[in-house]
Design a protein around this ligand. Structure first.
Ligand code: BGC
Length: 737
């Protein structure tokens, strides 16, 4: 590569402004663009999937067609391709993308964080940012540049296979955590060695597809897009997220790839997004063979370009089709220039032309380093939610023997969840992580043994395998135990793309297993290891304690054990509602008013089983003295809301104080309440803390029938409490004039 001295001295580089690292990225971009042939430009728009081509084809894509990017190429394969790219006429480096969704987890040996859904229960933007930083360092050490994360879809219908990838159901929380992780990935400067590109996906309303059928049609209006789905993406633009990925779905019959209004008009022109848009996997090809809005790849490519897609993931026919379209004058070259300009500008901004973005610049020692594990443990502990704790069953106390039962007690695959080397890119059920990890069993066993408590284990049954059942054996293993810890849930086969569910019941024979364990009349603590909320009213009623861990990653077992034995006081709160029954989905707290019925005729309540924001602790808190700094103000004002929170229990704890707002009367229906702020506060036993949250009244805007953002004068209920349920919230009224 060029060091600064060579560049400055290099008179012969006069025409090669783009090689001068001292010049601004856009100047270098424009120079490079002016030197490129049409073939080189369209090549930059191509993202080739390494697993879909053979080695020779991959090399040809670089040498002959000047591909701009690869996804899922790792290690030596990536290095070899990069060498080739640097040796082409203009030496434009490749950009390597990877789904490092919760850690650089496609790499066996890297830190695996809790899934996005799990980490969102921490309500801790600062720790989520740190997780992003750690991931960025590990991805960079591996010589890669770009993660296809975070996912900003709203998790409403929990039958959807990708619920585990969401930050839950609330647009405000999603926007906040997404901004945090984006900052973590991208660091202070994109050009820093440990910074990678983030990708806000899947733009937009992808999770809302009808019947929770992944990548299907979405029945949302533009007003609803603006009100519910756009705000998190807007935040991503504001924090400088460098790339966006489009969804597989369509909105009202228009596939996202062909949706100029959403991509060009709203994202690029209105929100001012100046990074580049990548399609999802073969989105362009799908216009022809799945969504059937294009007769052939030529029409599909034209639509993709004209709608505002810049980089094309895994539709390799796009290359030839687009060359022809431009050569025949059917697509203007200025559109190609705009896409390539965006891509190159990011390449320059991130210092891709410099050696520090290559493998070897950051030592691979950072991968799963001690420091990274410490951050992971902190986040994992804060991500776990205590859902039930009857008669103070937890923390465990005065026991001599524990029976750990259940198919997820010792399953690292189930614990890791989706987007790890178990699930992608090649399904490899035999994979064994080559680093220290803690299944639930291991975590419990180590901590129990250090306290001279005996642990027995029995799997009881498998989740999917109908032959692998030994409930009798499991019951027997509990005979002389003082407490039973049943670790149940779901598995990879029930989460992820192509894995939407019709029911949300506890799969396999686990329900029967639990019912038999219950008959033993011993304290029964249920630990859930699952990708999504399951409908578990029986467990809620019958278990003495319930702990939700979702997919908790490498250190799930260690964090769980800390909680079970009271070394850590649980403080996570649900970022997503749990239905009583799958027929109740979608069920979410920020719903509209006006349902004719108070509830479904065959369910006892309209409420979810567990609500958004809910979670217990080993202590309890009392809320009092809710005060507004003013009770009437203009829409341009800010107000400060304060409340006293007292820890009335016997141990210190951390509480997530939540603030909701309801626009009492509005010109269009608005949600019964919406989260507008929260504070996570540490409060010692017996202590009272005065917690203040400042709000901009402009954030109370609604999207009116003309799709305009307006704060309508009138009353707003300001509600503060420990969760989203009406009965938990103190309320005051603010009048906006
Ligand atoms: C998923 C994306 C992912 C991409 C690349 C697609 O199937 O929808 O979320 O980033 O594959 O792996």
């Amino acid at each position: 590569m060029f060091d600064k001295k060579t560049i400055i001295k290099g008179v012969s580089f006069m025409n090669y402004t783009y090689k001068n690292a001292l010049l601004p990225p856009m100047e270098r971009t424009l120079n490079l663009l002016s030197l490129m042939t049409l073939e080189e430009k369209v090549g930059q728009m191509m993202q080739i999937s390494y697993n879909m081509v053979n080695v020779t084809e991959a090399e040809q894509w670089v040498k002959n067609k000047f591909a701009g990017s690869f996804l899922h190429a790792l290690g030596d394969n990536a290095d070899r391709l990069q060498e080739l790219a640097l040796s082409t006429r203009l030496g434009i480096p490749l950009m390597f993308g990877i789904d490092a969704i919760h850690g650089h987890a496609l790499l066996n040996g890297a830190t695996v964080f809790p899934s996005q859904l799990a980490m969102s229960c921490s309500f801790n933007p600062s720790l989520v940012e740190s997780a992003g930083r750690v991931t960025a360092r590990e991805v960079s050490a591996d010589g890669l540049h770009w993660t296809f994360s975070p996912l900003l879809c709203i998790g409403r219908d929990t039958r959807w296979g990708r619920i585990n990838e969401t930050f839950g159901e609330d647009p405000y929380l999603i926007g906040l955590l997404a901004s945090a992780i984006i900052k973590g990935y991208q660091g202070k400067n994109l050009s820093d060695p440990g910074s990678i590109l983030a990708c806000a996906k899947h733009y937009i309303a992808y999770g809302e597809s009808t019947g929770a059928k992944d990548a299907y049609d979405t029945e949302v209006t533009l007003r609803k897009v603006r009100e519910v789905f756009l705000p998190p993406f807007k935040k991503a633009v504001e924090v400088g997220c460098a790339t966006f990925m489009t969804g597989y779905q369509s909105i009202d019959g228009t596939p996202m790839t062909a949706n100029k209004k959403m991509l060009k008009d709203i994202l690029k022109d209105e929100l001012g997004f100046d990074g580049f848009v990548v399609t999802d996997w073969n989105n362009t090809g799908s216009l022809v063979d799945k969504q059937k809005v294009s007769p052939d790849i030529s029409d599909a490519s034209k639509k993709a370009i004209e709608s505002g897609n810049d980089m094309i993931m895994n539709t390799n026919d796009f290359y030839g089709a687009t060359l022809k379209l431009v050569q025949e004058g059917k697509v203007s070259e200025t559109l190609i220039d705009d896409a390539v300009k965006r891509i190159l500008n990011i390449k320059f901004k991130m210092g891709l032309f410099d050696a520090k973005k290559r493998r070897g610049y950051i030592s691979t020692d950072v991968i799963a380093s001690k420091e990274h594990q410490e951050i992971n443990l902190e986040l994992t502990r804060e991500s776990i939610v205590l859902l039930e704790n009857k008669n103070n069953t937890l923390p465990l106390n005065n026991i001599k023997k524990i029976a750990v039962i259940g198919p997820n007690a010792d399953s690292i695959q189930a614990q890791f969840g989706d987007w790890t080397f178990f699930s992608h890119p090649d399904p490899n059920p035999e994979a064994v992580p080559n680093f220290e990890y803690y299944t639930m069993l291991r975590g419990i066993r180590e901590l129990a043994e250090s306290k001279n408590i005996e642990v027995t284990y029995h799997k009881g049954c498998d989740i999917m395998d109908k032959e692998d059942i030994d409930i009798e054996g499991a019951v027997k293993a509990c005979e002389d135990a003082d407490v039973i810890i049943a670790v149940v849930g779901d598995c990879l086969a029930m989460n992820g793309e192509f894995k939407d569910r019709a029911t949300l019941d506890m799969p396999g024979s686990q329900q029967e297993l639990l019912e038999q364990l219950k008959k033993l009349n011993k304290p029964l603590a249920v630990v859930l290891v699952n990708g999504k909320p399951l409908s578990i009213p029986w467990i809620a009623q019958n278990a003495d304690a319930v702990v939700e861990t979702f997919n908790s990653g490498t250190l799930g077992g260690k964090a769980l054990a800390d909680i079970l034995f009271g070394e850590f006081n649980p403080c996570g709160k649900l970022s997503i509602s749990f239905p009583y029954h799958s027929g109740q989905t979608p069920v979410y707290y920020n719903h509209l008013p006006g349902w004719h019925s108070p509830k479904y005729a065959d369910l006892s309540t309209a409420e979810p089983l567990y609500s958004f924001g809910y979670g217990l602790s080993y202590t309890s808190y009392k809320y009092s003295n809710l005060t507004l700094s003013k009770t009437s103000c203009s829409s341009k004002d800010t107000i400060t809301v304060s409340v006293d929170v007292t820890n009335i229990g016997k141990c210190d704890g951390t509480e997530i104080v939540q603030l909701y707002v309801n626009d009492v009367i509005s010109s269009v229906m608005t949600p019964v309440k919406e989260l507008k702020g929260f504070e996570k506060v540490q409060i010692n036993a017996g202590e009272t803390k005065n917690v203040s949250i400042t709000l901009s009244v402009s954030d109370f805007s609604i999207v009116d029938a003309d799709e305009k953002y307006v704060v309508e004068p009138g009353d707003f209920e300001i509600m503060v409490g420990p969760d989203s349920r009406d009965a938990s919230l103190l309320k005051e009224v603010l009048t906006v004039f």
